[in-house]
Design a protein around this ligand. Structure first.
Ligand code: SAH
Length: 346
């Protein structure tokens, strides 16, 4: 199996070149091309033919093959990438007034088992490497002729379950000779894996931490999200308080509004009490229907009442815009259909 050159940091690539008798600065030249999303070493016109031939024998440039691309009427694009080993991953590209933002996957599938999530239904296969995460961004940049300025690790997978690669990705994403995106424009969403949150505090990366909460009550949250059995709400909140005290930024709590389950005033009040001592905001997510699950999205009046209740209790609330509605941009759905089509058991 060929090695992905995007898995190397700048330093590692230069060192690797040197160790193989190639001048270290060639590594810098090569990396520039890689980050432009070239899919063939032949495009690297400022390095010798011999070096290009050696590289293409043993390595890949890390640009991903686009298996399918769906475009929404609101400008949102959903990419299905073919990783070349029979696996597919998804990324979503959104256009906002401040520029382009990408939502990327961190794993092929997920082990967390959240009852309402399409990623879990399709099973867990493996972690993504640093290069496969970077590859999602540079392939979208190249294909659309844009520069993505914000990234959220909020696609398929639990980032804390692939901690080292995710942190490696964040470093390469921030590196001026990498993607050059400031930590402030990078975000990670976790279902609440406490040791991961604690470790992330120590990295001193001022990224935005998002926590998928979805219920303020332990028994109910455990039903929806089995991870709550290992890390109950109070433990997650303690880790969030530490993250913030450690110089972390404002925390986002994601809350999917599920009809008749977590969307009444009692939930809103309990949620407000839970988060009000933190510098945070609550992001209400309209539930996406996932075939085979009984969960439905709350109606708009219920969402409105829920929002007002939170606001009256001093909590900052936003409701996520439903981008890409017509292309089922919710995580996991496209991969699931592609895997079913190709007859893969995963
Ligand atoms: N594993 C991470 C990130 C991936 S999911 C996490 O749990 O945070 C990104 C967000 O989408 C999470 O808040 C997740 O709970 C939510 N989500 C998953 N399935 C959903 C669905 N069907 N409708 C709405 N939100 C969903």
């Amino acid at each position: 199996m060929k090695k992905n050159l995007l898995d190397f940091s700048a330093h590692e690539l230069n060192l690797f070149m040197k160790e193989h008798g190639v001048a270290a600065f060639r590594g810098t030249q090569i990396r520039k091309w890689l980050y432009q999303g070239v899919d063939s070493f032949d495009e690297m016109t400022d390095i010798s033919k011999d070096l290009r031939a050696w590289l293409s024998e043993y390595f890949t440039t890390g640009a991903l093959k686009i298996k399918r691309l769906l475009k929404s009427s609101d400008g949102t694009c959903k990419f299905l990438f073919d990783l070349g080993d029979g696996n597919y991953i998804e990324s979503v590209l959104m256009k906002y007034s401040y520029g382009y933002s990408a939502c990327i996957s961190s794993q092929i599938g997920c082990k967390m088992g959240c009852k309402f999530c399409a990623s879990t239904g399709a099973g867990f296969v493996r972690n993504l490497t640093i290069g496969e995460m970077i590859g999602q961004i540079i392939t979208m940049n190249k294909h659309r002729g844009i520069r993505i300025g914000h990234v959220v690790i909020m696609g398929v997978g639990e980032p804390m379950d692939n901690y080292d690669n995710v942190v490696g990705f964040l470093r390469e994403a921030q590196a001026p000779d990498g993607l050059g995106i400031s930590f402030r424009h990078l975000a990670l969403s976790t279902c609440g894996v406490v040791p991961g949150i604690r470790k992330l505090s120590e990295e001193k990366m001022p990224i935005t931490l998002a926590i998928s909460l979805h219920s303020p009550f332990d028994d109910e949250r455990s039903e929806l999200m089995p991870v709550n059995n290992a890390y109950p709400i109070e433990k997650v909140m303690d880790a969030c308080r530490e993250y913030q005290a450690d110089g972390g930024r404002r925390i986002t709590f994601e809350y999917a509004m599920i009809k008749g389950i977590n969307d009444d005033k009692e939930h809103a009040r309990a949620l407000a009490n839970l988060v009000k001592d933190l510098q945070c905001h609550v992001n209400l997510i309209p539930m996406n229907d996932v075939p085979g699950t009984p969960f439905k999205k709350s109606d708009s009046v219920t969402v409105e009442v829920f929002t007002r209740t939170l606001e009256r209790m001093g909590v900052e609330v936003t409701t996520r815009r439903e981008l890409g509605k017509d292309i089922s941009a919710a995580c996991g759905q496209l991969r699931r259909s592609a895997t079913e089509e190709s007859g893969n058991a995963n």
